[in-house]
Ligand binder design. Structure first.
Ligand SMILES: [Zn+2]
Length: 119
């Protein structure tokens, strides 16, 4: 898989972990009390990591990613059976084909999200 595509997926994963940390208030109390961990600190650490990873991306990809991330939770979506799972529109065969599977950074012509192909 393309290194920057992997980075994008990792950023997305960190962001969803961050959302989980923010939203689970009851569990959060329990975790903080029982395990003596600070969720705020964990979120700060995640934020730092997210920024660091975003900064490691080339400008063009980073600005596209940030634009997308501003309006959708999922800026990187899978292509399954030739369909973009961001907007559910068919992807041209060239992008969805086996030949250069995830070795290039592609995006959906319709919704602009980054794409990765899975079976
Ligand atoms: Zn799309």
């Amino acid at each position: 898989m393309h290194a920057q595509l992997e980075t994008l997926l990792e950023i997305q994963d960190l962001k969803s972990q961050r959302r989980d940390l923010q939203t689970t208030t009851h569990e959060r109390q329990v975790e903080e009390e029982v395990f003596n961990v600070s969720i705020d600190e964990a979120i700060e650490t995640l934020d730092g990591k997210i920024v660091e990873m975003e900064e490691s991306l080339p400008t063009q990809i980073r600005s596209r990613y940030r634009r997308l991330a501003g309006r959708t939770e999922r800026a990187v979506v899978p292509v399954i059976s030739g369909t973009c799972y961001g907007c559910f529109v068919s992807i041209p065969t060239a992008v969805a084909s086996d030949s250069e599977r995830n070795e290039a950074i592609n995006h959906c012509d319709n919704c602009g999200r980054f794409l990765y192909v899975i079976d």
